[in-house]
Design a protein around this ligand. Structure first.
Ligand code: NAD
Length: 418
């Protein structure tokens, strides 16, 4: 996976004729930490978990990126994700570099006490290398505001400080920001709306249909804001199943139903009513192959790959999960003329929200949700407009234009070349 991002960086470097000495530096990580986290388990035993933190590049500012708790976390993935953060932050012109962390663990197998010890143990191992001006972690898959607040508390205790901006994605009570929870999905819809308007993506802007893979934080809020904006979300899925509602489903009612059933499967919700007469169950793979205007992979990496890329019928793909489209699938879809909005633009609302949380933590001036969401909208719309201007002037694919702008924004902050 890291190799795929290296290929993207190299290709951009060649297209924009960047100094190869600068590009070479982007093909390596500044630092990669791998460490053991011992946890006293409830049964009296000690279990050792493997933790990682990769710091790819900090030319634009302190390293920034989430911490993932998942059984499949590995070094290659963490390196890939941290480099994507560098590219994302550069594309939307944030004063951040790229970082990412992870722990190899299935958090569902831990008690609340064990999870807290693991979260605090992660910080004990890495605290000297992170901080508001060095590297600012955030939540990612299976980590949440509570976990980030434990981490911040541990950091404060180890550094004998009271600091609100060393972590983002915290609870409101411990210095988090209103609007951070919905920021990523909200941002994805800001991007989609802007592209529909500026590029005239569809002949008719009425009844644009959307299918969303993944109904977690990102997928749910994407579906909700898309619904609020008048798009027709006709299918959603989670790890246990998928639903199709021909006339468009109601995301809020679907979420309520998912809480009751444990899955979206069987939730055919129109308005506040969920009834089988409105829709049908489909399988997860069928969702990716649906004849929709917009497909939104918002679950996992590599969701669209060599094996299923030829089934995709959507005209636009908004990549909300990082690296949801493999290198070979991206090149196939580009050739087919599909507009692929890469994750570094599509899901950047999340890190922009984190940026505003960091700003609030550093200044001690706390904003309301409306101000946070308006500020994300403004920052992201500006970034989309720059991409659109370059795209209209070029022969390149949409995703290539995004990567090229990002690499340009990265190297332009370099005034010397070591
Ligand atoms: P989440 O854990 O809240 O949700 C993931 C969802 O995907 C769940 O509903 C899960 O059931 C579903 N899922 C898993 N496997 C699936 C499958 N095979 N088919 C269909 N659905 C499946 O995670 P999230 O925070 O929503 O993150 C989703 C993706 O977006 C991740 O790749 C993450 O790195 C990326 N991302 C998240 C944020 C953020 O702010 N949360 C920001 C940027 C990028």
């Amino acid at each position: 996976m890291w190799q795929e991002i290296q290929n993207l960086i190299k290709a951009s470097g060649e297209r924009i004729k960047a100094d190869s000495n600068l590009i070479t530096q982007l093909l390596e990580h500044d630092f990669v930490y791998e460490f053991a986290i011992p946890v006293n388990m409830d049964d009296g035993s000690v279990k050792v978990f493997k933790g990682y933190r990769a710091q790819h590049n900090n030319w634009r500012g302190p390293y920034k990126g989430g911490i993932r708790f998942h059984q499949s976390v590995n070094l290659d993935e963490v390196k890939m994700l941290s480099a994507l953060m560098t590219l994302k932050n550069a594309l939307v012109e944030l004063p951040f570099g790229g970082g990412k962390g992870g722990v190899v663990v299935n958090p569902a197998e831990l008690s609340e006490r064990e999870l807290e010890l693991l979260s605090r143990g992660y910080v004990k191992k890495i605290y000297q290398h992170i901080g508001s001006d060095k590297d600012i972690p955030a939540p990612d898959v299976n980590t949440n505001p509570k976990i980030l607040s434990w981490m911040q508390e541990e950091y404060e205790s180890l550094t004998q400080s009271k600091i609100f901006s060393a972590f983002t994605g915290k609870t409101i009570e411990s210095g988090g920001s209103y609007g951070r929870e919905e920021a990523t999905g909200f941002g994805g819809v800001v991007v989609l709306k802007r592209l529909v308007e500026k590029l005239g993506l569809f002949k008719n802007n009425k009844d644009i249909t959307i299918a969303v893979q993944g109904f977690g934080n990102v997928g749910y809020y994407f579906a909700k804001f898309a619904f609020d904006a008048g798009f027709k979300v006709i299918a959603v899925s989670d790890s246990k199943g998928a639903v199709y509602v021909k006339d468009g489903l109601d995301p809020v009612a679907t979420l309520k139903c998912k809480y009751e059933k444990g899955t979206v499967a069987g939730c055919y919700c129109v308005g506040s009513v969920c009834d089988v007469k409105f829709g049908q169950s489909i399988n997860n793979n069928d969702l990716l192959a649906m004849d929709v205007d917009v497909l939104v992979p918002a679950a996992l990496e590599n969701a669209i790959n060599k094996a299923n890329m030829k089934d995709v019928k959507a005209k636009v793909i908004v990549e909300m999960a990082n690296s949801a489209i493999s290198e070979s699938a991206l090149s196939y879809l580009n050739q087919k003329g599909v507009i692929v909005v890469p994750g570094i633009l599509a899901n950047s609302g999340g890190v922009i929200g984190s940026y505003f949380e960091w700003v609030q933590g550093r200044t001690g001036l706390w904003w309301d949700k409306d101000k946070v969401l308006r500020s994300i909208d403004k920052k992201l719309s500006l970034a989309v407009d720059k991409v659109v201007t370059s795209f209209k002037d070029s022969e390149l694919d949409f995703s290539q234009v995004c990567y090229d702008l990002s690499v340009k924004n990265l190297i332009k902050v370099r005034t010397y070349n070591l």
